[in-house]
Design a protein around this ligand. Structure first.
Ligand code: NAP
Length: 288
């Protein structure tokens, strides 16, 4: 892999206090990047900031605090970032999780939909002008191979009637690819690229929040026996952020640093546009 020089570049990464996001942030910092990380927990955020400073003392690393399931926090983080920066080289939408019981946020949104899809959608929109002001900016959406099993529950997007944690998760990860493809299409002719990826089955904090003891056992056994390490799980995110080989590639889905076919639903223009319009509306963005 031919690597770009990351010195002087800024990477904004969500959910960089654990797992794949943490490893991605540390590696990109070691390549010279300045990391702007988001965290919902101040102590974990400050501990990550300290690790980043030890790895790359010359980087201008920053911490943005907020709960990304809340669109008010996403808006505040974007505003705070834009008050300090006119450019952004790489945006990595990474924070996400799976929730076996239906929860709603204080803004009334179903948690999986809000965190896994709408935060990616809204943060990318709010930072788009900043990304456009940067040469060859990259947007990276951490999806999952679970997207292959997803379908969009159009009649009940937020699973109000009959909740399934797996269904909501698969749908949200399919939404990541639908959104990536729709945004890549809109950005054709610009120098910004947008791609989605599956990191692998990775031994992280994923699933640790499960309320069901049985599910916790399943996740823990799966992670112990079938999962790769967080540093291996970060490889495709790092590749898309800093590899010269990925330059100019947009609107693709990656696994193991290679383009792979995604769920055909994510290539359906009507589905892309339907989700786009609904997301604009739910996120309170004016149609553009
Ligand atoms: N692990 C896998 O096998 C796997 C497979 C496919 C896809 N993925 C995807 O990879 C991404 C990263 O997951 P991971 O495995 O690294 O999980 P993880 O270890 O649980 O890390 C998730 C990160 O997101 C943050 N986060 C969670 N909820 C948040 C919220 N409401 N607001 C702000 N930040 C929040 C976490 O913060 P805290 O540190 O405070 O918890 C943490 O930094 C997710 O999008 C997931 O869907 C993972």
């Amino acid at each position: 892999m031919t690597q770009l020089t990351m010195a002087g570049k800024t990477v904004l990464i969500t959910g960089a206090t654990n797992g794949i996001g943490l490893e991605t942030a540390l590696e990109l910092a070691s390549q010279g990047a300045s990391i702007a990380l988001t965290a919902r927990n101040r102590n974990k955020g400050e501990a990550t900031l300290e690790q980043l400073r030890q790895i790359n003392a010359n980087g201008k690393h920053e911490l943005y605090l907020g709960d990304l399931s809340l669109m008010a926090d996403v808006r505040r983080i974007a505003q705070e970032f834009k008050s300090k920066h006119n450019t952004l080289d790489v945006l990595i939408n990474n924070a996400g999780g799976t929730f076996d019981r239906r929860q709603t946020t204080s803004e009334g949104l179903e948690y999986t939909f809000a965190l896994n899809h709408l935060s990616y959608f809204l943060l990318s929109h709010l930072l788009l002008d900043t990304l456009k002001a940067t040469a060859n900016a990259r947007i990276i959406n951490v999806s999952s191979s679970a997207q292959a099993y997803g379908k969009i529950n159009w009649d009940d997007l937020q699973y109000a009637r009959s909740y399934s944690g797996m269904g909501a998760y698969f749908q949200s990860k399919l939404m990541n690819v639908l959104f990536s493809n729709a945004l890549a299409r809109r950005l054709q002719g610009s120098s910004i690229t947008v791609n989605a990826l599956h990191p692998g089955v990775v031994n992280t904090g994923f699933g640790d929040n499960s309320a069901s003891p049985l599910l916790r056992i399943v996740y823990s056994l799966g992670k112990r026996f079938a999962a790769i390490s967080s540093s291996d799980g970060a490889k495709t995110s790092i590749y898309l952020a800093s590899s010269a080989d990925a330059a100019g590639i947009s609107g693709k889905y990656f696994e193991k640093q290679k383009v792979k076919a995604n769920n055909p639903i994510a290539n359906d223009l009507e589905a892309q546009e339907r989700l786009w319009a609904l997301s604009l509306q739910i996120a309170g963005l004016n149609a553009k």
